[in-house]
Design a protein around this ligand. Structure first.
Ligand code: PEP
Ligand code: MG
Length: 629
């Protein structure tokens, strides 16, 4: 579990977004009272459920910039003494953390702190250069510390060996620790978090989200982010309510105060009054009753009223989620995002670690469909601190299959592990973000190389393992026949397909209103992919978040998609909708929607029709409640 600093915030302004008329609640012991009444913020709902907890404000993980401040030559020795005192305090803390980690997590996990201690004791690379900088450049201890550790992190980031690159975040952690001692910010590690903690943060990386202590953290709420950002996807995988895009939340929230996160309606309520707390307790009870009722569908098939069976699979980020998929009534896995193996670890996974994860999945799947996607690192699934060279447009940069093709030892280790796991049961391999046929061919060639290596070593694997690809960029959708002739299967990734077709950043809350899979341009691309899939016998499924959106999934069915892969909690409501609709209705709706000029006409038309056709599925939901997410 990685430690992230938590800061105490003191907010002086009182911008009121919404002040209810209800009387303010009486004083509560232990919880700091705000100097203004309850506030309701509207954000983007990304993981449903309601939680009442306490705020913990998380520092930005980006390295703080320390301004260069000059000192007088007479202050050099006292600045060096300040640096040495901060170093001694940091080493003492790290020794304690090392002992605790050894007891709680074992020697392997505790090693990380030895690296930190070693770095702070390294005369050549760290302490001498910092002394030197203070002495010759006449700068403060904090500036010299920040500068030297920053330069060291950049040097590590530029190495081709991943062992160095994975240490970059350690150096950043170390920099934070030293600076907290030097500039006096409060040090507070997440292990001190209370139960029922709601993480409030400007933004979160997917790896941070996945690394939090699941026993203590009950929800997330952030200033930034979009509906299909990977933080949103991980919150859903963890089953934690989350609201993103609340703009000024971190400015308004106070450490330790009561907060309600309504991940179903996208509301965040700071310092709620008694009546609001009671209202939310009732909503929570009603939501749980709804989930309980839906769970009865788990054993039933996902079949439309006119008898067409739809295959409902689950998307997973961690192998043990497969259990949730099956419990929810899914019949296999349509997308395993293996990059989380990388993101939740502080070192590049070894072939053996890859193999263990995939073999576990194959075992848990027990012969059911299992599609494992090779690592989709980059963009928001790779902190820019880790990137060799920070990119100006990471979503258009070195991500996914492009990254793998430039990091062959890492890619090959994963492919070997996948193949070895394929000896234990059925599995399909899928490449992400293919944009041209050369990439697909190259990736498949490397897979064949890995097969030959295994053959030479006498290791077993499935020689006929199906090899497919994601369809998540317009270039592939437009040339779908070319790819369908060579790929064994397609999976449409609407999260990226929408982003790249409409030029809307999927993680940016400021353009979230423009992000819609119901845009006729997106519908036409999906239609063309489905047509090519039929013509060249290349089965197609959809695994983007839109597949679990009750307002969009019927359009996919109408276009001819018969396999949907969604987050495990999205399976029961989707099954209920499928069982309430006929395929003929779905075909009729999409025929009209695809012909509209605008996305709003297409979305409104679809919404209205679905509510008329299956009112019981949509009844009882709040007007702004997301239907499938
Ligand atoms: C997608 O783009 O729709 C997809 C499933 O991939 P990811 O969300 O991991 O980018
Ligand atoms: Mg994608």
């Amino acid at each position: 579990m990685r430690a992230y600093p938590i800061r105490v915030k003191h907010t002086t302004q009182s911008p009121i977004i919404h002040t209810p008329k209800r009387p303010r609640r009486g004083s509560r012991p232990l919880i700091p009272l705000r100097s203004w009444p309850m506030q309701v913020l509207q954000g983007i709902p990304v993981s449903s459920g309601v939680v009442i907890g306490r705020v913990a404000v998380l520092d930005d993980i980006a390295s703080p910039r320390i301004p260069r401040r000059a000192i007088a030559s007479g202050d050099v020795e006292s600045e060096i003494a300040r640096f040495e005192s901060a170093r001694a305090s940091s080493v003492a803390e790290l020794n304690t953390l090392h002992t605790e980690a050894q007891e709680e997590l074992g020697p392997e996990a505790a090693k990380i702190f030895l690296f930190h201690i070693g770095a702070l004791s390294d005369k050549r690379a760290v302490t001498d250069p910092i002394h030197e900088k203070i002495r010759t450049d006449l700068v403060t201890a904090e500036y010299a510390t920040w500068r030297i550790l920053h330069e060291l992190a950049q040097k590590f980031a530029s190495k081709s060996d991943t062992t160095f690159r994975t240490k970059v975040s350690d150096l950043t952690d170390l920099q934070h620790r030293m600076l907290r001692h030097l500039v006096g910010a409060k040090l507070d590690e997440p292990k001190r978090l209370e139960h029922d903690t709601v993480i409030v943060s400007r933004d979160l990386t997917p790896s941070q989200t996945a690394a939090f202590d699941r026993d203590r953290i009950v929800a997330f709420a952030t200033d930034l982010g979009g509906r299909t950002s990977h933080t949103a996807i991980v919150s859903r995988a963890l089953g934690l309510p989350a609201v993103v895009g609340c703009s000024r939340l971190t400015k308004l929230a106070e450490e330790g105060e009561t907060i309600i996160v309504d991940g179903t309606r996208g509301k965040v309520i700071l310092d709620p009054d008694d009546a609001t707390i009671a209202e939310y307790r009732d909503l929570d009870v009603a939501a749980k009753a709804r989930i309980e009722a839906l769970s009865k569908l788990a054993e039933l098939p996902a079949v439309t009223t006119d008898g067409v069976e739809i295959e409902l699979l689950g998307n997973i980020e961690f192998p043990d989620e497969l259990i949730k998929v099956l419990a929810a009534g899914g019949t296999g896995v349509g997308l395993y995002r293996t990059e989380f193996l990388y993101l939740t670890s502080n070192h590049a996974p070894t072939e053996e670690e890859h193999y263990q994860a995939y073999a576990e999945c194959v075992k848990l799947a027990g012969g059911r469909p299992l599609t494992i996607r090779t690592m989709d690192l980059g963009a928001d699934k790779y902190t820019q601190m880790q990137a060799e060279t920070p990119e100006r447009n990471p979503f258009l940069g070195l991500r996914s299959i492009r990254y793998c093709l430039q990091n062959l030892p890492m890619f090959k280790a994963q492919l070997r592990a996948l193949l070895r796991a394929s000896a234990h049961g059925p599995m399909r391999v899928m490449f992400p973000l293919v944009t041209n046929i050369g990439e697909f061919r190259q990736a498949r060639m490397i897979l064949r190389d890995a097969m030959e290596d295994l053959e030479d070593q006498g290791l077993a694997y499935d020689r006929n393992i199906p090899v497919g690809m994601m369809v998540e960029v317009p270039s592939v959708a437009l040339m779908a026949p070319t790819f369908a002739r060579e790929a064994d299967f397609f999976s449409v990734g609407t999260n990226d397909l929408v982003q790249y077709t409409l030029a809307v950043d999927r993680t940016n809350e400021r353009v979230a209103n423009l992000y819609t899979p119901a845009h006729p341009a997106v519908l036409r691309l999906v239609r063309d992919v489905v047509r090519a899939s039929g013509r060249y016998e290349c089965p197609v499924s959809c695994c983007g978040e839109a597949a679990g959106d009750l307002d969009f999934a019927p359009l996919l069915l109408g276009l001819g998609v018969r396999t949907l892969s969604v987050t495990p909690s999205g399976i029961p409501p989707l099954k209920r909708l499928i069982r309430a609709l006929s395929l003929t209705d779905c075909e009729r709706i999409v025929k009209r929607a695809i012909a509209f000029d605008s996305e709003s006409q297409a979305a409104d038309y679809t919404r209205d029709h679905l509510r008329r056709l299956a009112p019981e599925v949509f009844d009882g939901r709040a007007v702004d409640e997301p239907t499938g997410l």
